[in-house]
Design a protein around this ligand. Structure first.
Ligand code: UGA
Length: 466
């Protein structure tokens, strides 16, 4: 074969492989953190026009905004990657759920599964999405991918539901494909995950999902193939393990406060043991967010129904309730509770962690309630989360900048580890002359510097230096 023809043939086969290996139309139901990031990243990792991703939601306002490239949440990098994939004609937003489901051969359900009033998992959004999906499936076969975090055992009910409600002439496969993305680093976590878990009971479903994740698999991202129940359990066990690890390190930090040890050195020392590892060993004002608090309660509820004691998880939840008020307790060491009335307390950080606008289960919530109950004036600043907090607490003062919040404050509580709080001009703040208390619940400001400047201050598990 002539060299040019050979080259053309090679190009042609490569190109047809790319087209044929990804002939999928994908729908993702739910445009929250998980659905929006998952749908966008799936579009992003594929070659131009090799597949289509529809992100679907019943919320028309949200969809209209997304169609214009406006992202309803703060997640670093998300806006750019959404706009890029809209421009490539790979990513679409719609509320025509029935129509798009009918066109799709792979359908993700990624709606929220919040905690119900009794601590169990509220599956109402999930079942409503499932019903709408199942009755509109038209492709044969279709693979239904469960991304929502569902209580262990739910897959069995779903299999029964599909048998009952789907068109019997169609084959519907089920895959449990839990997500492990963190808010604030969601894009990177999705494009470079530690692992992909694919739980299924049919090889056809596995092949469809392999196709979808092929660009990641080619990058040697490890894939673990499991049965359905194991995949469901991996998701809960992972988040619960992280919760236990965090409550453990928080309690050890509290112990350091009494012994004079330094938690940062202690965490480093224990984390150097490969069996323990360095990550998730930073103490703070407890764990918040939508997932760890929700999934610990969810697992406890499942275990209770099955009559299985989960004492470690129970303890982690209890320790966390205690920990979330630790900054407030530390404040009272400097300003007794009967003197808080009329004092101005600056809260720096309202979101449950840095780089997100999410305030769900944030330590700021119980702390604001406590301060209000004592009659303190709360002046708050957060780079992203103020609007959400305004919807919950109208009566506190929201400030435009950290410095505005600190102005006239008797005490500063640093609750979130936003970068800008690390680099405030503490020297200038001190020069104002007032005896300001600083409670650094994330240990982000050097305690020696604060001591040298003459602040009354405390971190979590950090010895006081003179
Ligand atoms: C968590 C898990 O880390 C993800 O793997 C999982 O996919 C996600 O839940 C989910 O189920 O959707 P996320 O809630 O976004 O992710 O946040 P994390 O980074 O896990 O932080 C949880 C809480 O622990 C935050 O309040 C954070 O400030 C706190 N934390 C974390 C610490 O106090 N210290 C640490 O060292 C790490």
């Amino acid at each position: 074969m002539n060299k040019n023809i050979k080259y053309f043939f090679l190009l042609f086969t490569t190109f047809s492989f790319l087209i044929l290996s990804n002939p999928h139309t994908v729908s993702v139901i739910g445009t929250g953190y998980v659905g929006l990031v998952t749908g966008t990243c799936i579009a992003d990792i594929h070659e131009d026009n090799s597949l289509k991703v529809y992100c679907l939601d019943i919320d028309t306002n949200k969809i209209e905004a997304l169609q214009k490239g406006i992202i309803p949440i703060y997640e670093p990098g998300l806006s750019e990657i959404v706009q890029k994939n809209q421009a490539r004609n790979m990513l679409f937003f719609s509320n025509a759920i029935a129509e798009k489901v009918a066109e799709s051969d792979i359908i993700f359900i990624a709606v929220g599964t919040p905690t119900a009033a009794d601590g169990s998992v509220d599956l109402s959004y999930f079942y409503s999405a499932l019903e709408q999906t199942v009755k509109n499936i038209k492709c044969n076969p279709t693979t239904l991918v469960l991304k929502s975090t569902l209580p262990i055992g739910t897959v069995q009910h779903i299999l029964g539901f599909i048998k009952k409600h789907a068109d019997p002439s169609l084959t519907v496969h089920i895959v449990s494909n839990p997500e492990f993305l963190r808010e604030g680093t969601a894009i990177n976590d999705t494009l470079n995950p530690d692992r992909i878990v694919i739980g299924s009971n049919t090889p056809d479903a596995v092949r469809a999902i392999q196709d979808l994740y092929q660009p990641l698999i080619r990058k040697n991202i490890p894939v673990l193939y499991t049965d359905l129940a194991s995949a469901e359990t991996i998701k809960y066990a992972s988040n619960n393990f992280l919760a236990v690890k965090l409550s453990f390190i928080n309690e050890i930090a509290n112990l350091c406060d009494k012994t004079g040890a330094n938690i940062q050195l202690v965490a480093k020392g224990i984390g150097m043991d490969k069996r323990i590892g360095q990550s998730f060993l930073s103490p703070g004002p407890g764990f918040g967010g939508s997932c760890l608090p929700k999934d610990t309660l969810g697992l406890l509820s499942t275990a209770q129904a099955l009559g299985v004691p989960l004492l470690t998880v129970q303890a982690a939840v209890k320790a966390n309730e205690y920990q979330q008020l630790m900054p407030y307790r530390k404040l009272k060491e400097f300003i007794p509770s009967n003197e808080l009335a009329g004092k101005t307390i600056a809260l720096l950080g309202l979101s449950f962690k840095a780089n997100t606008d999410d305030i769900r289960y944030s330590a700021a919530l119980p702390i604001i309630r406590k301060l209000q109950a004592k009659g303190a004036h709360v002046h708050a600043f957060d780079p992203q989360a103020m609007q959400h907090m305004k919807n919950l607490f109208q009566e506190i003062t929201y400030c435009e900048t950290s410095y505005e919040a600190i102005k006239n404050a008797d005490a500063i509580l640093i609750l979130t580890e936003w970068d800008e709080f690390k680099h405030l001009e503490y020297e200038k703040i001190k020069k104002r002359g007032k005896n300001i208390v600083i409670i650094d619940s994330r240990n982000i400001v050097d305690s020696c510097t604060l001591s040298k400047l003459g602040f009354l201050h405390a971190g979590i598990g950090i010895p006081h230096t003179e």
